[in-house]
Design a protein around this ligand. Sequence first.
Ligand code: ZN
Length: 202
Amino acid sequence: MVELIPSPDAVMQILTRTGAFREGHFVYPNGKHSPHYFQMPLAFRYYDTARVLAVALSRKFRLEKDISSQLPKVSVISPSSGGIPVAFGVRDALNAEQIYWAEQEKGERMFRQYVNQGEVNPCIIVDDIIRSGHAIEETVDLVKSLGARVIGCGAIVRFDTAPEEVEGVPIKSLINFDVRMYESDEECTECKDGVTPETVRF
Ligand SMILES: [Zn+2]
């Protein structure tokens, strides 16, 4: 069986078609301006699209000997709710044994209580999108606090502002996105061109 990974262009087409990637003039809650906006759950609300993206990412993991040799005794972990459908899809494609996710509680990222009980497997951390990399880094710390090893890390989209690896583990992605983010409206090309801005929630 030939295992194809769709090209970055093909993935961008999926994200554009589903509305998960938008071009225009966006103002973020932190006041920054940008000509692009990602809302990844829009791609994951369609089962077929979700499956294509998750299977593609899983193939990148399966190519790693340190991962393929450990399966199925592996946990797939999401840093937040946005990564949960990706984690389920990747788990399914890899036939990994466990899945769980972190959540923000009182401003702190944590797992549900008692997650450390039972078998603690080597972990693959997956998210829908990696912007700064902070969520992944915090999740790596959480995983290590359980006494587990991180053997993989990845997302559908990685901004080029994110690190290329965490703790020596390379971050896999289907897209490495060249981010354009302006600190203020004076620097923003779309403001200069008089494009009507759209305020986004996050
Ligand atoms: Zn602007």
